[in-house]
Write a protein that binds this ligand. Sequence first.
Ligand SMILES: [Zn+2]
Length: 77
Amino acid sequence: MLVSCPTCSKKVEWNESSLFRPFCCKRCQLIDLGEWSNEEKFIASNSPNSDGKNQPLPDVEDIEAILAQQQQDFFKE
Ligand SMILES: [Zn+2]
């Protein structure tokens, strides 16, 4: 069975030897995770709550915890 890498659309064989499936390689996997976290930061920094106060930055530890959780789910069979 072949799947398309979500990052570069390269065909990836869905088997035990494709460690980063559905991505073709670790690079594509990291790019995808990076885009996800950048998007989250973008949303957080553009919240409509414009009362003149400084907006709190998104908690990096929270994002890392979510990413770690995602990776656990990702590798679960
Ligand atoms: Zn790829």
